[in-house]
Design a protein around this ligand. Structure first.
Ligand SMILES: [Zn+2]
Length: 475
């Protein structure tokens, strides 16, 4: 059972006279029990006034637990409230208006608090809680737990400081000033930070010169500008195949102009966005292929972060249907193993990316005619070390460097005098096109130098991306 003690009397008196609300007064008296703050605002006011009326010889503590009338009833019976209050014209209707001087003393319990601007008055009452609940319900989110965070006006910190200083000055209060740190919230707003920084710097005597202590009573109640709902991100992973040689992985935009109308990430994400009712998405994958390269085999692992989704619960059956929807809507891509994953699991897609192997199939053209025997020796080459200077075609976005890459194995397939197919198993990150044509000698050795004739690559397919994530599903 928490209570106010005799030493709190002057604090209660001073703050009540200054126009501070009961909940703020309890804070400044270092009352820690949450239970007390839950009592209806008007009950708290009544109890504080009782506390001041009773002399120290009669009683030296105030116990709140004995006062427990239902809050609703008290509100409706209040003599100052007219019958229109029964009309339920909205939750904010009962916010006290600025009182004229005559009634201010009588109705000091409805003055807007000079420290919290009314945030611990109306916003702690059932009506405002109802309003928040309505907003949450109407936003139509699926959720199992929630965080309620409040963004407070920056001037609250200043008022808090002013109230604290006056207590310190006039009461020589001994309570720990750490109790009165400005309320913190998650979203950092520059102006709020600035106010807090300024308050940290300013000397007490300067503060007293610039700001009334205790803070003056505000004319208007602080209003809730917005009640916002947000859901944590949900992650979906899978593997995709790309069957088109004119489809980029992500939107291809040069100088603000779109080059191709679609992309892998859009073809997948548009369906996820609609089903999860998310605000936006972030696409990531295990490496990427060029716009003219197909990705075959089991496909390339990808993950999509869905930001602020309304819907988050999907059964395996629903995910399967979603996958079918994606697959029937385009013949340029296919997805498999579509599933919900955790944020942490996505790390596995990226980790060790350099060490992973990839297999490719390249259609190669040679200037000088070839016979089967000319290319057969390629099959015997194992663990071929390459020095690859950053390719000319990516030099505008990658730093110039020489990277060592390994071609683990090769298998050739003769087609005709100027064409053959080469299957390669390589270290991830190897530039295959450059390994074939040599990139003006920037990749050494290369197919051209090995065959001792000019060679070029006509088509390239990714045959497998050897990353064992996400888990394979049996659909
Ligand atoms: Zn207050």
């Amino acid at each position: 059972m928490s209570s106010l003690t005799e030493k709190d009397r002057p604090i209660v008196q001073l703050l009540l006279n200054a126009g501070t609300c009961p909940r703020c007064i309890l804070r400044f008296c270092s009352v820690g029990s949450q239970m007390l703050y839950r009592h209806p605002y008007k009950d708290l006011m009544k109890v504080l006034k009782e506390f001041l009326k009773n002399g120290p010889e009669k009683e030296d503590t105030v116990c709140f637990d004995v006062v427990d009338p239902p809050c609703k009833r008290i509100r409706l019976e209040h003599p100052e409230e007219g019958p229109e209050d029964l009309n339920h014209n909205g939750a904010l209707q009962q916010i006290p208006q600025v009182n004229d001087e005559n009634t201010a003393v009588e109705n000091s319990d409805v003055k807007v608090c000079n420290v919290c601007l009314g945030i611990l008055q109306e916003f702690c009452e059932a009506d405002f809680v109802k309003k928040v609940c309505q907003k949450v319900n109407s936003a139509d989110y699926q959720f199992t737990s929630f965080v309620f965070s409040v963004s407070l006006p920056p001037q609250l910190s200043v008022r808090e400081r002013a109230a604290w200083l006056v207590l310190k000055q006039e009461m020589r209060a001994t309570a720990c000033p750490d109790c009165f740190k400005p309320a913190k919230n998650k979203q950092s707003v520059f102006t709020r930070m600035a106010v807090i920084k300024a308050l940290e710097k300013i000397k007490e005597e300067d503060f007293l010169k610039h700001f009334p202590c205790p803070p003056s009573s505000p004319k208007n109640l602080c209003v809730a500008l917005e009640i916002q709902c947000n859901n944590g991100a949900v992650f979906v992973a899978g593997r995709y195949n790309k069957y088109s040689r004119s489809l980029p992985q992500t939107p291809w935009i040069i100088d603000g102009e779109r080059k191709l109308e679609s992309s892998v990430e859009e073809l997948i994400s548009e369906h996820l966005m609609a089903e999860f009712k998310a605000d936006s998405f972030n696409f990531s994958s295990s490496g990427r292929e060029d716009v003219d390269v197909r990705t075959l085999g089991n496909g390339r692992p990808f993950a999509i972060e869905l930001v602020n989704p309304r819907r988050i619960h999907f059964t395996a059956e629903e995910m399967k249907r979603l996958q079918q929807t994606i697959n029937t809507s385009s013949d340029k891509i296919q997805v498999r193993d579509l599933q919900l994953v955790t944020r942490e699991a996505i790390g596995r897609m990226k980790e060790g990316e350099e060490e992973k192997t990839k297999t490719y199939s390249a259609l190669i053209w040679t200037e000088k005619a070839i016979q089967k025997e000319d290319i057969a020796f390629l099959d015997d080459i194992k663990e071929l070390k390459l020095d690859q200077k950053t390719p000319l075609r990516v030099l505008h976005r990658r730093p110039l460097a020489v990277r060592c890459r390994i071609i683990h194995t090769m298998r050739s397939e003769y087609i005709d005098e100027h064409h053959f197919r080469l299957h390669l198993k390589t270290q991830a990150g190897t530039y295959i096109k450059e390994f074939v044509h040599g990139d003006f000698g920037r990749t050494k050795p290369n197919i051209g130098s090995l065959l001792n004739r000019t060679a070029d690559i006509l088509e390239l397919d990714v045959e497998s991306v050897d990353v064992d994530w996400p888990p394979t599903l049996d659909n």
